[in-house]
Design a protein around this ligand. Structure first.
Ligand code: MEV
Length: 393
């Protein structure tokens, strides 16, 4: 069904657009245009994507990416570009964001903004002495790192600290760098290469690899959101029943890696889609999140749900090395996605992306614990396949 946008029906500053997916393609663009002032070039780019042979005019797809609605994060409204082949993921994120809106929206923050670089040393004769030497020269090492390529240094916050670990026959130096709004791989790897001759000299060892660690445990984002229990009602299932199903699934994920990994995959459906739309390295994010989930020797769910008074409250705490500058974030498509999001920096983007992950998790658990995944998800998927087959794209 195609509908014309009824502009008086909603506040354009809000991303809570009822039945956004049912608007015509033109209607959807008009809504976004009224929320974010898209210029001629932006609209041209969107139309160019709509002309590609594989463009499917289905659900929330506008061309370069799909758009999730209803996101209220730290008091701000967002239309969220998501690049993902499955339309049901975007529909699910939008549905759950609407529920969390009922509880005041998502609230999030970063708990740190450092990436870790590893410098591997081998052939060390006296580990204790080499470690002491490196630590004694810490200020000098940081000074050398921070003399690196001035451009990279300007866009980063610089090297902040270091530590030394012994890993069997290796000594491994960890350099902690604030990459500001960049993902950080380039600046981290450059700094490691800059400090390596000095490290080699003072440690009397041989330098091996100098590379970023994707376990970005010092760049953690935390987001929470809650839903009034009665709003969770789904078809014939009461809000209480839906909440019970969610808590049961949470418990299973805490106990069982087979469930935890699928639980986390559902979260990453949303986060990866935002990462892809904004030109980010989603593999780096995936490896950060899954290694973090296993950090304490047992693979754990990255979100948690609990009852508090009359609310179901959810949290997500993950490393999220996401960027608004550098790499493919400078492509036309990614720039358009960032413009639609209107984020000021990488941390704001990370908080929105983590909110999307939490939303996708809520959407998945709410149906899995009640009516099952096939009813909504597969129905939409079948319609999608039919649209492709009929060549309606
Ligand atoms: C499918 O892409 C994602 C789910 O399997 C997530 C989950 O089981 O929690 C539905």
């Amino acid at each position: 069904m195609e509908r014309k946008p009824i502009i008086s029906n909603f506040r354009t500053e809000s991303s809570a657009i009822p039945q956004f997916h049912q608007f015509s393609l033109k209607g959807k663009i008009k809504i976004i245009k009224e929320h974010v002032s898209l210029n001629k070039e932006d609209l041209k780019l969107i139309h160019q994507y709509q002309k590609l042979p594989d463009f499917i005019d289905f659900e929330n797809n506008i061309g370069p990416f799909k758009i999730a609605t209803n996101f209220l994060v730290n008091g701000r409204d967002y239309f969220v570009p998501m690049e993902i082949e499955e339309p049901s993921v975007v529909a699910a994120a939008s549905r759950a964001a609407k529920l969390i809106r009922e509880g005041g929206g998502f609230k999030g923050k970063y708990l740190g903004n450092q990436m870790i670089g590893q410098l591997q040393l081998f052939g060390i004769r006296n580990f204790k002495k080499a470690k002491e030497k490196i630590l004694k020269n810490k200020e000098e090492i940081l000074k050398i790192a921070n003399k690196t390529n001035q451009f990279l240094l300007k866009i980063s916050g610089g090297a902040k600290d270091l530590k030394v670990r012994r890993v069997k026959n290796f000594l491994v130096l960890h350099l902690f760098i604030d990459p500001k709004d960049a993902m950080g791989a380039n600046i981290v790897n450059t700094m490691l290469e800059e400090i390596s001759p000095f490290i080699k000299k003072i440690s009397s060892g041989h330098v091996g690899a100098r590379i970023i660690s994707n376990l970005a445990e010092k760049r953690i984002v935390f987001v929470e959101g809650k839903v009034p229990i009665e709003k969770l009602k789904l078809g014939k299932f009461s809000g209480e029943k839906v909440a019970e199903g969610i808590l049961n699934l949470q418990r299973l994920a805490e106990l069982d890696i087979y469930r935890a990994v699928t639980h986390n995959k559902g979260v990453m459906n949303g986060i990866d889609a935002v990462a892809l739309a904004t030109g980010n390295d989603f593999r780096a994010i995936e490896s950060a999140v899954h290694s973090f989930a296993f950090k304490n020797g047992k693979y754990k769910p990255i979100t948690s749900w609990e009852l508090t008074n009359n609310f179901l409250k959810g949290e997500i705490k993950i490393p999220l090395p996401i960027a608004t500058v550098g790499g493919a974030t400078g492509t036309k498509k990614a720039k358009l996605a960032l413009k639609i999001l209107g984020v000021k920096n990488a941390q704001e983007l990370g908080i929105v992306a983590a909110s999307v992950g939490l939303a996708n998790n809520l959407a998945a658990l709410s149906v899995l614990g009640t009516e099952g995944i096939q009813k909504g998800h597969m129905k939409l998927h079948k319609e999608f396949l039919k649209t492709i087959k009929n060549g309606k794209g």
